[in-house]
Design a protein. Sequence first.
Length: 240
Amino acid sequence: MSGHSKWNNIQGRKNAQDAKRGKIFQKISREIYMAAKAGGPDPSTNPALRLMVDKAKSANMPNDNVDRAIKKATSAGEGEHYDEITYEGYGPGGVAILVHTLTDNRNRTATNVRVAFTRNGGNLGETGTVNYMFDRKGYIAIEREGLTVDEDTMFEDVLEAGAEDMEILPEVFEIYTAPEDFVSVRDQLEADGFNLAQAELTMVPQTTVQLEADQQEKLDRLVEKLEDDDDVSEVYTSAE
């Protein structure tokens, strides 16, 4: 995973996300609704729902919002229907971009994503254009401040928990897992007494692209425009 630090991206976008908290809650509620609709309202027997509930907690989303989304999904009638669609393309400097969406109107979402790419220095591609450049991974970050464990011992603990790899940064340990092992690794590390600063399933680029300052500014504007769209769940890039 060398060359790619999710932690820096997470910290760099935290304030912007705080300012859009209401919109983030709306998006997570939609994901909870879909997970509960597909697999039932009990997180203990519905792994997808459990991940979404954990995501809500990580975003400090009120429990009432979570409960409403689950109840809405399990109420009588067909209710709402959403499609999961991934868009692929390139941004400034040749950066690969994946855009995951959850939409009740495919035409609206496709138009909005295409406009965002076109007006912000990007090019929307066909399915399969860049998806192969990313790997699905579990990602866990543990802040180093206050930890008494040394790097070698930490690495041993992480591997023993079932993780694939660990990157050592000045502020955090970044831990990567196979997607199917993410929940068990996360739970084991929590049981071992570690406080997890971040834990999620994500897409990790196999190689990264280093941008010039002006290209990075253009990419930031493109990503911000995409994330502002109500139908967009996640945006992943190969920028270093």
